[in-house]
Write a protein that binds this ligand. Structure first.
Ligand SMILES: Cc1ncc(C[n+]2csc(CCOP(=O)(O)OP(=O)(O)O)c2C)c(N)n1
Length: 806
């Protein structure tokens, strides 16, 4: 039922006095943290601040029902929940505000995310799972509004799987019979995002235990609800999702005032108990919420809120209302609360100071070290005065920064470039020691560093015997997925048409019947939340294979893959991982939307995910086996026109692996290296055969793994032999061919071995046109590849390779 605003008079207090007063103090401390945090930004000590003022009371209520093992997927307003749970301390909160780049100081993000972006540490330093049932789990926050929604689908749905899949019952560090609730939080304005609706629908369909709170302060920065949603009331709009009495299909929907403590507590208790027990999701629309300090430190709300609104916000401030209620109920006298407030103000300020001191101390120590070296150098240097200036500048900085040390150091070395002072080397050595430290501070953990990282998975070659059958490509995959599902109970596969049909190309044919509807399932057409479902499941210890039906439709999910999945391990500095496998199919079939190969778009937006482009289904199966043994996320793009081609089924289909980051030489040659991947492999091999007929011996290399790329430098090895190279694919010009060229020519140092200019050959800059002729003139073909390679050989030796076609 949709509940009316809850009236506090109906509430029977289940809370004792101590608990109420503790709640008041946490809420008050949280408000102080917001006030002081804002001051720190405005005074220049921190760069940006966004705070949870006005949302304190609802989060205090939520904390009462949030249990260990539960998960949060919220946003930057949730500090009070984190404080109330003891999941983030005040000092950690301020450390993050200052961007203290240390996991000990800011366990959420080690200074990598802006403030109020929370994350629990699911992993030990070695990358292995901690016992999530001992933690108040918080999936790592993001700034794009609504981005917390897709993974909520999986975080909630995991409980359903853990409750109903017998084979998962032993995974007690992740679940207790699926009793865990996923708590979501979102701002009212972000409910205008499409992804909100997609996720709400998906959770309802999946009957997953989510309790989603909407903090409704009537604005999205300056834009009022009038511009955000029909009828200006999100719970009114959501009425269609509510379940009928006595049924389990749909949501429980509540509306409650953000300043009404007893009603909030009652609502959260009721919503969460039902979600936990019956797996019925709930939406809690928290209305009459205020934002006392405005949206963020970037602006002031006086610019867009009316005088009346500002006055109303003061009157209905949840702390003020809570205080009035405490006094009216006789829980405590005003003087007592005054005393608490004085103590708590002091506490928060002292904690802030401690965080600042902890943040600045090591930097000041480094400044002192550099200053001492400069002191040593200066007496004998021509630019002693300028060096002293650099030193003074560093020592007097109010907000010390390592960046300023790096800049000052380089300035000093420039001044000293012609000097022969022995201590100069001390300065250079000091600088050199910093480089790996900064790398570790800001750039580590893009990929897994655990023993299970994909690069550590050993190669196991496919084994063939006389008995190995020759089958269709899709049957190779089918056997591989069958083996994966059989071997590892954590594997679940889902996507559009994956369940009953076994996917549009039959890779999962028959596997739902064999493993059940929860292991191999259909989803709605909702690419973003298919990926979100997989991220959430992976965050809770499962091993999802999420299918996006065609590569061209990955674009729908690209935002969440880029913002959430690809950054997750890095932005938590190894605190969280989501080892999921995204399966899709693409490159060359027919028409604009079933032939795309936007590989550069993907690899540039997905650093942090392995991007694998197998040329056939055996290679694909090997990659799936590798990824399942690793804890890195991966995207596998199967070749669309390969499902009906015949391949020999390896005897060890569930065991063999194809190592990531290692290209394969498909044809050896000495004159020219042709580098390609995926669907192009077959046509490049054909072109190589034609080149042979005119006396050109081409080496053909299948990159197979765009991210990571050729980790052992195999392509360079080929180039040292041939001195000529062409990069071929069906992306746009300047796309993945340019990326490969940079990898080989610049990074691997291939330029030094070139005797001819390197070339790239790609598709046209437009999408592929329909029909066989459209395909021929949109994508690189055998003739073009032949002619590109032949042109290079002609330039080398026109007499031996005369033009015979122009
Ligand atoms: C995708 C995206 N668009 C725009 C922004 C800029 N932005 C940050 S917060 C915000 C308003 C969000 O309002 P609401 O959802 O009501 O949450 P509130 O901040 O009021 O709690 C906007 C537009 C963003 N972060 N992400």
């Amino acid at each position: 039922m949709v509940l009316k605003h809850r009236e506090k008079t109906t509430f029977q207090l289940p809370l004792d006095r101590e608990e109420i007063l503790r709640d008041y103090r946490i809420a008050f401390q949280s408000r102080q943290a917001s006030v002081i945090g804002r001051r720190e930004v405005l005074s220049g000590k921190a760069k940006f601040g966004i705070f949870g003022d006005g949302k304190e009371l609802a989060q205090i209520a939520m904390a009462k029902v949030f249990r260990k093992g539960d998960f949060r997927s919220g946003y930057y307003r949730d500090q009070t929940l984190m404080f109330a749970l003891g999941a983030v301390s005040l000092q950690e909160f301020f450390a993050q505000l200052y961007a203290h780049a240390d996991v000990e100081a800011d366990p959420s993000t080690a200074g990598r995310s802006m403030n109020a972006h929370f994350a629990s540490r699911s992993l030990n330093p070695d990358g292995n799972w901690r016992n999530l049932m001992e933690l108040y789990n918080s999936s790592a926050d993001m700034s794009p509004t609504g981005s917390q929604m897709p993974r909520l689908v999986g975080l909630a749905y995991a409980s359903r799987l853990y409750r109903h899949l017998h084979e998962l019952q032993h995974l007690t560090q992740f679940s207790h019979h699926g009793d865990e609730v996923a708590f979501g939080a979102i701002g009212n304005a972000s409910c205008a995002e499409g992804v909100f609706w997609e996720a709400v629908n998906a959770v309802g369909v999946l009957m997953a235990p989510m309790v989603l709170s909407i903090w409704d302060d009537g604005y999205g920065i300056s834009v009022t609800n009038e511009h955000q949603m029909v009828k200006q009331n999100i719970s009114e709009l959501l009425k269609g999702f509510q379940r009928a009495p006595g049924t389990y299909d749909g949501y429980d929907i509540y509306s409650v005032r953000g300043w009404d403590y007893p009603a909030l507590v009652e609502t959260y208790v009721q919503a969460t108990e039902t979600a936990r027990r019956d797996h019925v999701p709930a939406l809690i629309h928290v209305v009459e919420v205020t934002q006392p300090q405005g949206h963020s430190t970037s602006g002031s709300h006086e610019r867009y809120k009316s005088k009346e609104r500002l006055e109303w916000e003061q009157e209905f401030d949840c702390l003020r209302k809570f205080r009035e209620w405490i006094v009216a109920q006789g829980v405590a006298a005003a003087e007592m609360l005054d005393q608490f407030e004085r103590e708590d103000k002091l506490l928060v300020e002292n904690t802030r100071k401690a965080a600042w001191e902890a943040y600045t101390r090591p930097i000041r120590e480094e400044i002192q070290e550099v200053a001492d070296i400069l002191d040593e150098i200066a007496p004998g240097a021509a630019h002693a005065a300028a060096l002293a200036q650099i030193k003074d500048r560093l020592l007097s900085a109010q907000t010390p920064l390592r960046r300023d040390i790096a800049v000052g150091l380089r300035e000093a070395l420039l001044l000293l470039k012609d000097e022969r002072i022995p201590a100069k080397q001390v300065l250079i050595d000091w600088k050199k020691r910093q480089d790996p430290l900064q790398e570790e501070r800001y750039s580590s953990h893009l990929y897994s560093r655990s023993a299970e990282c994909a690069l550590n998975v050993p190669e196991i070659k496919p084994v063939y015997s006389e008995r190995s059958p020759v089958v269709h490509g899709f049957e190779i995959l089918n056997a591989c997925f069958d083996a994966m599902l059989a071997r590892d109970p954590r594997v679940v596969a889902f996507g559009e048409d994956v369940g009953r049909l076994g996917d549009v190309n039959q890779g999962f044919a028959g596997l739902q019947a064999k493993y059940g509807e929860l292991r191999v399932s259909d989803t709605g057409i909702r690419e973003t939340t298919i990926i979100g479902q997989a991220i959430g499941l992976a965050l809770r210890g499962l091993r999802p294979i999420a299918e996006i039906q065609y590569l061209d439709y990955v674009l729908y999910a690209l935002q969440i893959m880029s913002d959430d999945l690809a950054t997750l391990h890095w932005r938590t500095k190894g605190g969280q991982k989501a080892p999921l496998i995204v399966r899709t199919r693409g490159h060359r079939l027919e028409g604009i939307w079933h032939s795309g190969s936007p590989m550069a778009g993907l690899i540039h937006l997905l650093r942090g995910v392995h991007v694998l482009v197998p040329r056939n289904m055996t290679q694909a199966a090997g990659f799936y086996n590798s990824l399942l043994r690793s804890d890195d996320p991966g995207l596998v793009v199967e070749v669309l026109n390969g499902y009906r081609l015949k391949e020999t089924l390896p005897d060890n289909i569930g065991e063999f692996t194809v190592p990531v980051g290692v290209p394969e030489v498909l044809r050896e040659g000495t004159d020219i290296t042709l580098v390609t991947y995926g669907a192009c492999c077959r046509i490049v091999l054909e072109a190589a055969e034609r080149l042979r007929q005119v006396g050109v011996d081409a080496e053909v290399i299948d990159v197979q793994s765009l991210l990571p790329f050729d980790v052992h430098g195999g392509i360079l090895e080929s180039l040292t032999k041939t001195s000529r190279i062409v990069f071929i694919d069906e992306d746009v010009p300047g796309g993945a061919t340019a990326y490969m060229l940079q990898e080989v020519i610049e990074k691997q140092g291939g330029y030094a071995w070139l005797d001819s200019p390197p070339r790239t050959l790609s598709a046209k800059p437009h999408r592929p046109a329909y029909g066989s002729d459209g395909d021929y003139w949109s994508k690189p073909n055998v003739e073009q590849i032949f002619e590109t390679a032949y042109e290079i050989m002609h330039e080398v030796d026109p007499a031996r390779y005369p033009f015979f076609y122009r």
